[in-house]
Design a protein around this ligand. Structure first.
Ligand code: TXA
Ligand code: MG
Length: 319
């Protein structure tokens, strides 16, 4: 594996690696992605192998602009409205796949839909231009573990399985894209993420549907109960941390604790700051070698919905 700066040279080399069927990790505004040419079946297969990802869990295809989306998928009027409001940006739309799209079937894990987004990060945009192919990319972590928000996280997690990592510094948003099912006449939330549901409802003028089903049931094939998991146990909504526990704090009123390692996601209680620091902080506390990470309550409005979704999965029983 080589780490390249995301300059002209690095981007040209990364584009070539992708076209030749290799794997390139690259920054997006949300998290680092592990990319392959979405039209080459073997290249896409190597993503699943590198991550240890189950084949039933489909991937997001990254494209440079809305007009390229239409080559691969069918945009409904509602999808167009959302695209105009949020692309380029951290929103993923699940759409009907177009016949003869040229995308590998593996990308969709056999479904007749495809998840697509137009990323807003300048390095991701430049890579799409340099490669001139649609890029299938899940988050660049081993399946089930904490998502990477820095090039070093990718190197630590996936090392030799990746041909090239483009280093574009820390991701600004820090949480994955919001995923919406837009195949029909309604908008269904498959994964809360970087675009708050309230914001989507403002744009569409209608309520976002949420899947009924028992708590923790997968609403998107990849929404397994245990995910984003550090090695340490995670304990949520903690008012009183126990001696020896690490503390992931939020807001100004941090309870006294037994001197374990502490990180405050946002002393001012800002959810954007907390989102940007969430995954790196879980990694750092995990690295301190504690057996449990205690997490203070985090409000559920705005980005809080996505933060709490990730924390609940990090805390879920592991199989
Ligand atoms: O921010 C992000 O979305 C990042 C960056 C790299 O773009 N990517 C990301 O990918 O989070 P990943 O693979 O970690 O999560 C993709 C999710 C999975 O839960 C998967 O099940 C769901 O998208 N998904 C993909 N295609 C789908 C489809 N056709 N229908 C329903 N869910 C789909
Ligand atoms: Mg992921």
């Amino acid at each position: 594996m080589i780490i390249e700066k995301a300059d002209r040279h690095g981007l040209a080399r990364a584009g070539q690696v992708l076209r030749e069927g290799g794997l390139v990790a690259f920054p997006t505004e949300t998290v680092y992605g592990l990319g392959a040419d979405a039209t080459q079946g073997e290249a896409v297969a190597s993503i699943f192998a590198a991550k240890g990802r189950p084949r039933f869990n489909p991937l997001i295809v990254h494209v440079p602009d809305v007009s390229s989306v239409e080559r691969y998928a069918v945009m409904t009027p509602l999808a167009k409205k959302l695209a105009q409001a949020f692309w380029p940006g951290p929103l993923t739309l699940v759409l009907k796949r177009r016949e003869g799209s040229g995308l590998s079937d593996l990308v969709s894990a056999g479904l007749d839909t495809v998840a697509i987004r137009v990323p807003g990060h300048p390095v991701a945009a430049a890579l799409l231009a340099a490669a001139a192919v649609p890029i299938a990319a899940p988050s660049a972590n081993r399946s089930g573990r904490v998502s990477p928000t820095r090039a070093e996280h990718v190197a630590a997690d996936l090392g030799g399985a990746v041909d090239l990592v483009l280093d574009g510094g820390a991701c600004t948003v820090g949480l994955e894209s919001t995923i919406l099912d837009c195949t029909g006449e309604t908008v269904r939330l498959l994964r809360p993420g970087a675009v708050a549901s309230e914001h989507i409802e403002e744009v569409t003028g209608r309520q976002v549907e949420r899947s009924a089903g028992p708590a923790g049931a997968p609403t998107s094939p990849g929404q397994l109960a245990s995910h984003y998991a550090p090695s340490a146990e995670v304990r949520l909504n903690v008012e009183k941390p126990l001696p020896g526990e690490a503390l992931l704090a939020f807001g100004p009123d941090v309870p006294p604790h037994g001197g374990g390692p502490t990180i405050n996601l946002s002393p001012e209680g800002d959810l954007h700051e907390a989102a940007a620091k969430l995954f790196a902080s879980l990694r750092e506390l995990d690295g301190a070698g504690v057996t449990t990470i205690a997490v203070m309550p985090i409000p559920n409005a705005g980005l809080g919905e996505a933060i709490n979704d990730r924390l609940q999965r990090a805390a879920a029983p592991r199989s």
